[in-house]
Design a protein around this ligand. Sequence first.
Ligand code: FAD
Length: 424
Amino acid sequence: MANSISVIKDRCTGCTACVKACPVNCISMVDRPADEGSRWKKLAVIDESKCVFCNACVEVCDNLGEKTSNKGTFKAIVMVKETVAGKPEIDTASYKGVWCYGEVRHGKLVSTVYELLFLGKKLAADLGEPLSAVLIGKNVADQARDLIDHGADKVYVLEDPMFENFVDELYTNALVDLIRQEKPNKLLLPASTIGRSFASRVAIKANTGITADATELSIDKATKLLHATRPSFGGNLMATILCQKQRPEMATVRPMSFPRAEKQSGRQGEVVRVTVDASKWNIKTKFVRFEPEKGDAQDIAAAEVIVAGGRGVGGAEGFACIERLAKVLGGAVGASRAAVDSGWITYRHQVGLTGRTVRPKLYVACGISGQIQHLAGMGSSDVIVAVNKDPEAPLMKLATFSIEGDMFEVLPALSKELEKRKGS
Ligand SMILES: Cc1cc2nc3c(=O)[nH]c(=O)nc-3n(C[C@H](O)[C@H](O)[C@H](O)COP(=O)(O)OP(=O)(O)OC[C@H]3O[C@@H](n4cnc5c(N)ncnc54)[C@H](O)[C@@H]3O)c2cc1C
């Protein structure tokens, strides 16, 4: 059943309130035929092809209906909206396979796809269905072999010059067309900046459900449904979300929440080149230019060593000793939300539930207490060193090595020693 909207002739007074309320100018007033015998001269007519079914006209007409003493007039617009419950049930059994989206940024494949393949492989095995990867970009076909070596049975390649830069609308249409054609059962995307914005659009257009930012995923043995778990209520609860009736079941997966799939050179796999027809998409957005963030700070998401500061740093200038230690260790600078919210350092450095998830080989937490929301972003680091004045702080208990003391004494001493050893 599609959306529909209509005007009840007998109730319309031709007051033009709906015309003024309509954001897309799809309502006009026409003269009523003289022989109609109505006491009103004008009638509202809605161009359904332009209507976005936002309900603004219905609301304004209904409100007038509440206020007026003119019985039998207003409340003249009736809209019937397609609801999820009203949608035709899809044949879920015809959707097969697990897909992993390979994000390409500035022409380069982002390593999150290997984490998705690790996870996808397990889900596909539990379902007894194949694992596929999807690549969209300008020159991406060369990457397909590597994805097969990392576990993909099939790689769909959508290669075209128009995909040189990521444009939400363009990529969404391309992926949704492929979904409609190939009918995957489960679809995983990275919960990166691009993935978060892109995946939600895909889910809406493909008419399915999505779990954002999942940290655990599994297949229910009995129902074969995807159980996607994510932290909610500030990390105090873990919610498991199901999408029972629509396909594909979609999830964005937190980068660094899973290890990379192992490489097995020479695996058998199929590369499917997909031809795209963009003529029917009516794209309204275009890529203008990319403005890189200024500064040469290392990205925490890819760093093997992170030295992070929290409220204990005491101010923006306090980050100087964090930066010094990060420099000698060849690492990046991270921060707790308390430090970011205080304006001492920018958000891109924030580690945690509402920041980035990191999985470095070494995480040095300085003046950070270790609340659950911070641990959610760095708890899987290989080695954790905590520097804190308070031995009872949660991170001091979780850390591999805990150094009790003032970070402004400990960090300079550590940096000095390491610089001496490096000869810098
Ligand atoms: C929905 C939600 C999402 C959140 N998301 C995040 C998130 O993504 N990331 C995040 O970090 N937090 C997040 N938080 C906030 C989180 O709950 C904590 O408030 C925050 O992590 C505390 O930061 P902190 O450890 O730096 O500060 P505090 O908890 O105040 O700890 C400061 C620590 O510094 C120590 N200290 C002070 N001076 C020194 C010194 N000179 N030398 C050594 N140690 C010293 C103190 O003993 C103390 O342990 C979120 C909260 C909510 C509700």
